[in-house]
Design a protein around this ligand. Sequence first.
Ligand SMILES: [Zn+2]
Length: 155
Amino acid sequence: MMAWADAERWARMRSGEDCPICRRGGPNDVVADLAVCWVTAGERAPMRGYCCLVVKRYAVELHDLTDEEAVAYMRDIQQLSRAVQRVTGAVKMNYEVHGNTLPHLHMHVYPRQVGDRFEGGPITAGTIEDSAYGAEQYREFVEQLQWQLAAAGAP
Ligand SMILES: [Zn+2]
């Protein structure tokens, strides 16, 4: 059942009271800690190089951020996007903010490639693969991403 159909549960999730990320103290698969966001990247992913930027402070909508937070959030987005593009050689970066099942503000960041399985269109929901990475590729991606984030974060 879609979470919205249970109005009380959705209200608890939207308030942060019932947020699984906040209850755990952060998301799973954190690979980097930026100014106002965690970067997560799991081995199971829609495509190689996929990352998610999760805002550390509980917020639901982009307009819930203060001006200072919004500026810092955009800097985190740019820092991650640049790093992922450098590591993956993406032909185009894609960015998605939905929060329809988990309202804690997060952005999906996809490095698109020639011949990827969504070529010419948007990423289709529900497309997590177990095989986005080959042996050792995941660990190498995370190491390269962390190196690029550190390089891109330097003043
Ligand atoms: Zn949360």
